[in-house]
Design a protein around this ligand. Structure first.
Ligand code: HH2
Length: 267
């Protein structure tokens, strides 16, 4: 995607019992597919289907079980004409989703958790989103130590880009994400968002997920993720003004409106 086009809105579809915002709501495949279709009707460009929660301290899900959760949903959304991304750290799950038509692999570990995911993505010619994280969702909070969070995320994402290219992923299929809330505390998240434009040095499109996250909750005093829409839209607007090309969101129509306003004001 070029800068000229508006950033893509990526609708979040968690087919999990325990995601931080919508855990359990879309665990049944038919309900999940219906929600995905509703997000498409609301204007989503992509649907990001995930079968494992990555909230702090979440349990690891077995690959076969994760694939069983996501594959029927990916298949149905692809059949309906959707561009589908699979949110997974596991090569086996990525492979299964790509086989039924997913076109993007969104890996919160950037290929560190299961390095075989890079070759699988390369072989299918799919897009790869490398998100920055340290440690695993279980212990990432203990790794939130930085002298200069932007410089360190830039360097570590650069390493992930190199690994992805070495595994055969084409340069125009690579996307980077600073990983808001993953091994980051509030000051780190704020620094990364206000200096997001510096990540343009990676020379790949930037993917941003701030929707309903705890950083928004902390700033707005909203304990419930579902109450964080207004704050999420403010953070999303800043992300667009600073160069984000993909926005991962729960609230598609509202986010699309904010994207349109931000794009019109972007110089
Ligand atoms: N955040 C979450 C999950 N996947 N992928 C990318 N690229 N960037 C993100 O910021 C990101 C992500 C966490 O949010 P959610 O999917 O709503 O919850 P859970 O991790 O509990 O499934």
């Amino acid at each position: 995607m070029t800068r000229a086009r508006r950033p893509a809105v990526v609708g979040i579809l968690n087919v999990t019992p325990d995601s931080f915002s919508d855990g359990g709501r879309f665990a049944a495949p038919a309900v999940a597919v219906e929600h995905g279709l509703a997000m498409l009707r609301a204007g989503a460009d992509w649907i990001d289907v995930g079968g494992e929660s990555t909230r702090p301290g979440a349990d690891l899900v077995d690959a076969a079980e994760e694939a069983e959760r996501v594959v029927p949903v990916v298949r149905a959304l692809v059949a309906a004409g959707a561009l589908v991304s699979v949110d997974t750290r596991k090569a086996e799950v990525a492979q299964a989703a790509l086989r039924v038509g997913a076109r993007m692999v969104n890996d919160v570990s950037g290929g560190l958790f299961d390095p075989a995911i890079l070759a699988v993505t390369a072989a299918e010619g799919a897009f790869f989103v490398a998100m920055h994280m340290r440690g695993t969702p279980a212990d990432m909070a203990t790794h939130a130590h930085y002298d200069d969070v932007v410089a360190e995320v830039l360097e570590e994402l650069g390493d992930r880009m190199d690994a992805a290219r070495s595994a055969g992923i084409a340069a125009d299929k690579l996307i980077a994400d600073p990983g808001f809330g993953f091994a980051k505390e509030l000051p780190h998240n704020l620094e990364l968002l206000s200096r997001l434009a510096e990540l343009a040095a990676l020379e790949v499109p930037l993917f941003v997920g701030v929707s309903r996250k705890s950083m928004v909750g902390a700033l707005t005093g909203t304990a419930q993720p579902a109450d964080r829409l207004a704050g999420s839209l403010a953070a999303l607007t800043v992300a667009v003004l600073h160069g984000a090309s993909y926005l991962r969101v729960h609230d598609v129509s509202e986010s699309l409106a904010a994207v349109r306003v931000a794009v019109a004001l972007r110089r």
